[in-house]
Design a protein around this ligand. Sequence first.
Ligand code: NAD
Length: 412
Amino acid sequence: MPKINPFRSAMRQLTRAAEVLQLEPDILAILKKPYKILDVTMPVRMDDGSIKVFEGFRVQYNDARGPYKGGLRFHPQVDRDEVKALAFWMCIKNAVIGIPYGGAKGGITVDPKKLSKGELERLSRKFIERIAHNIGPETDVPAPDVNTDPEIMAWMVDEYSKIAGKFTPAVITGKPLSLGGSEGREEATGFSGVEVLKLAAQELKLKKNATVAVQGFGNVGHYFALFASRNKFKVVVLSDSKGGIYSARGLDIAKVAEWKKQMGQLKGYPGTAEITNEKLLELPVDVLVPAALENQIHEKNARKIKAKSIIEMANGPTTPDADPILWKRKILVVPDVLSNAGGVASSFLEWSQNRSGYYLSKQEVLKRLQKYMLEAWQNVWNTQKAYGKDLRTAAYVLALTRIAEAIKGRGL
Ligand code: NAD
């Protein structure tokens, strides 16, 4: 896989859409740089008594439309430019889905699988201690992302609450239910992605049992596969960082999840053939769903993709060089800033519930998410028709219009 700087990709996407929209140069200049970058180091006592120093970031990209909002990623590849790109995409996404947030993202350069639970907790708490004075329910609201989960969010809420001197659940979303988490948050991103899949399938006239390949079997990939199966799609491929499994007959997602829980990997699941993460992308399936990391579909493999549609559930899985190739080949690419926006929409519902003290049932949450996704889809689709461009450019045009209005409304 070629080494591609995600922030450079993000800026190329921005420039492409800004040209189509004829965005004012002042607004474009503002959006080319994040408002604030917190660059922090965290000395952590390891279990063997030694001290290890970790590096982390919180990028607060733009808060014209509301408080900064975006997840926290723990991964060895995390660096400044990756977090900048992810923070920028959050601005676009929050505007596409129409929730009153700006965009942010954070991350720590670490392989959490190499830490004990105690080390992971100390690192998570230290990170919050470092950024505590720059976050808060009305300023910046983090959430989970790759390799972070409700338990980590719980440690972080606790650490922030100690510093604030009061229990402050609205500072972070993706919390466990016992600490003010929302019903439906866990499955929200995958669930909402399948709402988009259904709308795309209608446009493409896909039949019942249309085949789906999902790359990545974490929170997003797992729930996407589960809801896709429940909606009569046939999931034939799943993968994780160790490789993929293939079954032409279709996979039973609940059983595969149980296997993964016990074995720590998908590989070896009975009755399936092994497949690499690279080959998975080139399979002749109806729908391809990257749900892991950035830059998976690039200039070198875009011509080999055989799917009719790509539903981007990961952030930034397709590079700007691949986009025109896929567009020319008439492959319908539903961009990340639309298809995975249900995650942040559910975070918004969690934050609203924390602030109002009124809690919704799972059914109510999922119903609201359905509405958000349908409206966002229709808005992006209509923008695409109006401008005659791909869905990503259309989503950016819609988002930039809203962000520019907010920046100008607040006064340059
Ligand atoms: P996760 O940590 O729960 O799961 C990540 C999965 O990807 C794991 O199964 C891991 O094994 C797999 N993986 C890692 N490297 C891989 C590789 N090279 N090839 C194939 N698989 C690989 O993370 P998640 O929360 O499911 O997030 C996945 C993606 O979705 C990320 O891009 C994230 O930014 C995006 N996203 C997540 C949410 C959310 O609510 N969690 C919301 C919007 C977008």
